[in-house]
Write a protein that binds this ligand. Structure first.
Ligand code: F6R
Length: 606
């Protein structure tokens, strides 16, 4: 989850790293630090609890001149948020930054008698100490011996005091990407930051050691043999990673959705029919499976729930959606006939990655829906479909979610076609409606000030309930997560019919309810359920498909008319509306919308 940067070259390392850390802050923002090898070959560290802007102030007062350095922005796991626990950590001749968790750090502390010698409470400093223990002039040997001792996940960037100008990197699971840039070599925890500097990069393979020098990068396997990196091209427009004039990335990313959905969908419609052959997905993969199982976390899992509703109704195939974090521990049944779909924006969520590996071990075919090219989940899966969302910087996912949905629509359409649930005309009609999504979603975005006005009515609420049935419930689970994570208002999304089985006890005049009504087949039942909460005093904010119309005698706190699509596609305009609702509540509460407390964009710990 932490952000890692490293640079060695001809330019000042401090400035390059501070700029990069600002971009990387979305991976964690508890504390930040840099270590720079100075002109006198001494490694000096500046670090502090707080944001990168605090580190920048520290460096402005007391900077370090030098052209080689490593930097870090932290999401605390072991040890609280403090200056001492901030990275980099130095032990003896070794300075490291670390992303991941060293699970056996307690054993290592005992084994190498480190108890009295550590300055921090972190597992990362223990890794530095073990490296130092094994270091006697041969860095590759020390790294090799150390990684054999470490249990858990790690991405380590390492400087040895007596090897100035050189950075070493090694990893297990947690990612490191490497590029030639800025008159030297760079490494980072993700491509979003390196993409600013270079069009080409490679993903450090697990248990290989990269040696970065000003003149280039060398790669070694654990036996010390040289290896060739597999270079990849940055697949997104770097210009898209600025805020583009919006106050927060989240607003910009919400507004980008019509464009990125278009870019995700259009290349995958051939002859008017959804077609995934360009992604290397054989029709047999979709035709031959007897079951589908989605593994994902958070927002990506919510995308899976929408996919399930679509697949079951249009393809009539059994589909489960499993929390990736539970997948390995709940004896889920997957076999050779199961298609496991892993959904992940970052492609680095460790639970999702482990679930994919587990599914493969059980013989399942695996298909990843991922945004970041070359990410671990994509590489671990048999097949991959990339969403073309471009870099998503705000911690709360928006455009990644709706492009995941777009891919799930494409998969549903293709699957229905190859399995015979759709004839050619039905497949074409489905694709036509999917291609309308960008223009319909744009209509919601153009009316965002209406939603801003509605948001003011829940600004001071302690709890907000959300209710809907079927697809409306799936949409609201995501809408509720968005509201919770960026506004800190407690919220729950309920299947409307379920509320009266207990939770309705919590409904009072102080609990506003958000209701979404977009599905004709359950609309009258949804209205009855809404009346149940209104009778208990709750004010209701209604998002309704515009063609449904409103009952004459009904009273609403607010109503937003959603532009109409076929019911199965109403998820798209409704999602945009709920994203805006959460965004404006957070904005008007004066919160840091892009970096909500306790969260990080990439979750690489289990
Ligand atoms: C919420 C959010 C998270 C992620 C989850 C999975 O806005 O973004 O719930 O969806 O952490 O992340 P990825 O998609 O990177 O696997």
């Amino acid at each position: 989850m932490c952000g890692i940067i490293g640079y060695t070259g001809v330019k000042g390392a401090q400035e390059i790293m501070l700029d990069a850390l600002e971009i990387l802050e979305y991976r964690g923002y508890d504390s930040a630090g840099i270590a720079v090898c100075g002109e006198d070959s001494c490694v000096r560290i500046r670090k502090c609890a707080g944001r990168v802007k605090d580190l920048r102030l520290l460096c402005e007062k007391d900077g370090i001149l030098g052209t080689c350095g490593i930097g870090h922005t932290r999401w605390a796991t072991h040890g609280g948020v403090s200056d001492a626990n901030a990275h980099p950590h130095r032990f003896g001749k070794v300075t490291v930054t670390h992303n991941g968790i060293v699970e056996n750090y307690r054993d290592l502390v005992q084994r190498y008698r480190l108890e009295e010698r550590l300055q921090s409470q972190t597992d990362s400093e223990v890794a530095a100490a073990v490296l130092d223990h094994f270091y006697s002039g041969d860095p590759l040997a020390a790294i090799r011996k150390t990684v054999l001792k470490l249990k858990g996940t790690f991405a380590l960037s390492i400087m040895f005091e007596d090897i100035p100008g050189t950075i070493f990197a090694v990893r297990n699971v947690s990612p490191i990407v490497i590029a030639r840039a800025q008159g030297g070599s760079m490494l980072a925890s993700d491509v979003t930051v390196l993409g600013q500097y270079s069009k080409e990069y490679f993903v450090l393979p697990e248990f290989y050691v990269a040696v970065l020098k000003a003149g280039g990068v060398e790669l070694y396997d654990m036996a010390g043999e040289t290896a060739e990196p597999e270079w990849l091209t940055v697949n997104w427009d770097v210009d898209r990673s600025g805020k583009g004039g919006y106050p927060f990335y989240m607003e910009k990313e919400i507004m980008e959705q019509p464009q990125v959905i278009r870019e995700t969908v259009l290349p995958r419609i051939q002859g008017g029919i959804p077609d995934l052959s360009g992604d290397g997905i054989p029709d047999s993969l979709l035709a031959d499976c007897t079951r589908i199982c989605v593994v994902a976390c958070g927002t990506a899992m919510h995308a899976g729930l929408v996919g399930k509703a679509l697949m079951q109704s249009l393809v009539r195939i059994h589909m489960d959606v499993e929390l990736a974090s539970e997948f390995m521990y709940t004896d889920v049944i997957v076999d050779e006939e199961t298609l496991v779909i892993a959904i992940s924006q970052s492609g680095e969520t460790i639970d999702t990655l482990e679930a994919v590996k587990h599914a493969k071990k059980n013989g399942a075919k695996t298909l990843a829906i991922v945004n970041v090219r070359g990410a671990s989940v994509a590489r671990a899966s048999d097949y991959v479909i990339y969403t073309n969302a471009g870099p998503e910087i705000a911690v709360a996912s928006t455009k990644a979610y709706t492009t995941q949905l777009a891919v799930l629509y494409l998969l549903t359409g293709r699957m229905a076609y190859v399995r015979g649930s759709f004839g050619e005309e039905e497949a074409k009609a489905f694709a036509r409606e999917l291609m309308r999504v960008p223009e319909v979603m744009q209509k919601v975005l153009d009316r965002r000030e209406e939603i801003h006005y509605i948001a003011r009515s829940i600004l001071n609420a302690q709890d907000v309930f959300m209710m809907g049935r079927g697809l409306d419930h799936a949409i609201l689970l995501e809408g509720s997560l968005k509201l919770k994570e960026i506004s800190y208002i407690h919220s729950e999304a309920y299947a409307s019919g379920e509320l009266k089985h207990g939770t309705i006890a919590l409904i009072t005049e102080d609990t506003p309810v958000v209701a979404v009504v977009t599905q004709d087949k359950v609309k009258s039942k949804e209205f009855s359920n809404i009346k149940e909460v209104q009778s208990r005093g709750a004010g209701v904010i209604l998002f309704i498909k515009e063609t449904f119309g409103l009952e004459k005698d009904a009273v609403w706190d607010s109503v937003f008319m959603l532009p109409a699509m076929e019911d199965g596609f109403m998820v798209m305009p409704a999602s945009a509306a709920l994203q805006l609702l959460a965004y404006y509540v957070s904005l008007d509460k004066g919160l840091d919308v892009d970096k909500p407390r306790n969260l990080a964009k990439v979750v690489t710990v289990e």
